[in-house]
Design a protein around this ligand. Structure first.
Ligand SMILES: Nc1ncnc2c1ncn2[C@@H]1O[C@H](COP(=O)(O)OP(=O)(O)OP(=O)(O)O)[C@@H](O)[C@H]1O
Length: 342
């Protein structure tokens, strides 16, 4: 692969199931070594896109290349460059972890002399190399089964790993350890992960792609999406300064600041404010409050998180709406919200 070549290229990809378009002319690229979150509400088309990427399902139209190899004409070759962890990953209950991974290594045509080392390495990365190695898969917790799925995906050292909901159904400890595992792949492999657990995606992904109703509605870093979708910054200030004093202080901090709400409790006032930019006004607040000899209990800049961005990006595409034949089942209950446009 040439250095500048994207690890994944998707151009005008469309997939129809009968008359319904599950994905509709989506395009995006992923650079080598990036960890990208692939987000969208239920039925948005994430699994469909991932299956096409991995050569498991044909597209209706459009181009997909993995490491420069066209998936449509060379799906067998693409499978050598990609490790896929499907959303529901059926594992044989009655095989031991090590047996299963060796079996998978043979299926992946890893040369016989390398199988032992590759299985050991994959188990080590996924922390299966101690006790779990000899355990029957049927006796493992869900978190460890997910690890077996990830170990399988990285076994043949593919350039690209595709994980469909790797943390679904896991408890917070298991989620953290899967996040650390994904972190350890950064830079070594290109990783694309779909998830509904947005704080996790924000913590472990370099970039996010959000799809809704089969279309890409956002693509960028959390910061760039924040600026695009939520170009406001909110502040929470807790101080002894009363409302009248705050009304005259705000224009001094920034003429664009708007007071959203205020509450008073036992000598303490709490204010929520919004400014239409990402400028950091924290210092200006502190200076202005000090100049008025007010006691400061808190000046917090409240950055929107990925969940806020997701809600805004997917709401926007609801509002823009799609022709009725592209609407998802869930739209049927939403008809009073937005009329469909053509
Ligand atoms: N085999 C299929 N036959 C018909 N329609 C399908 C098929 N697979 C998926 N769909 C439909 O395509 C759309 C996209 O489904 P897909 O599973 O790709 O979404 P998703 O974003 O992965 O959803 P989830 O988060 O719920 O897993 C949905 O409307 C779904 O009902």
């Amino acid at each position: 692969m040439e250095p500048e070549q994207p690890a994944i290229e998707v151009l005008d990809l469309t997939k129809s199931y009968g008359p319904r378009k599950a994905i509709d002319r989506i395009s995006f690229e992923v650079a080598p070594g990036q960890v990208v979150g692939f987000l969208g509400p239920n039925g948005a088309g994430k699994s469909t896109t991932m299956r096409i990427l991995c050569g498991i399902m044909p597209a209706t139209s459009g181009i997909v290349r993995v490491c420069g190899i066209p998936v449509a004409s060379q799906s067998g070759e693409v499978k050598k460059h990609i490790g896929y962890m499907p959303e529901s990953n059926p594992l044989p209950e009655d095989m031991r972890v090590i047996e299963y991974l060796r079996y998978r290594a043979r299926l992946k045509e890893i040369p016989a002399r390398r199988i032992r080392d590759r299985v050991e390495e994959a188990m080590e990365v996924c922390e299966l190399h101690r006790k779990p190695r000899r355990r029957l898969i049927g006796t493992l917790s869900k978190g460890f089964r997910q690890r077996v799925g990830i170990a399988d995906a990285i076994l043949a050292e593919p350039e690209v790993i595709v994980m469909d909901e790797p943390t679904i159904g896991l408890d917070p400890h298991q989620i953290l350890s899967i996040r650390n595992l994904i972190d350890s792949l950064r830079g070594r492999m290109t990783v694309i992960i779909s998830s509904h657990i947005l704080p996790e995606i924000e913590l472990c992904c370099d970039r996010v792609i959000i799809i809704n109703q089969g279309r890409v509605v956002a693509n960028g870093t959390s910061q760039s999406l924040r600026e695009r979708f939520l170009p406001m910054t909110r502040y929470r200030v807790r101080t002894t300064l009363r409302a009248e004093g705050m009304a005259t202080l705000l224009p001094a901090v920034s003429p664009e600041l708007a007071l959203e709400s205020s509450a008073q409790t036992e000598g303490m006032c709490e204010y929520l404010m919004e400014a239409p930019s990402h400028l950091d006004l924290t210092e200006a607040f502190i200076d202005a409050l000090r100049a008025r000899q007010a006691r400061i209990h808190e000046v917090a800049r409240l950055q929107p998180n990925l969940e806020d961005i997701f809600m805004s990006a997917t709401k926007r595409s609801w509002d823009e709406s799609l022709p009725e034949d592209k609407a998802d089942d869930t739209r049927e209950n939403e008809t009073d919200k937005t009329p469909a446009q053509t």
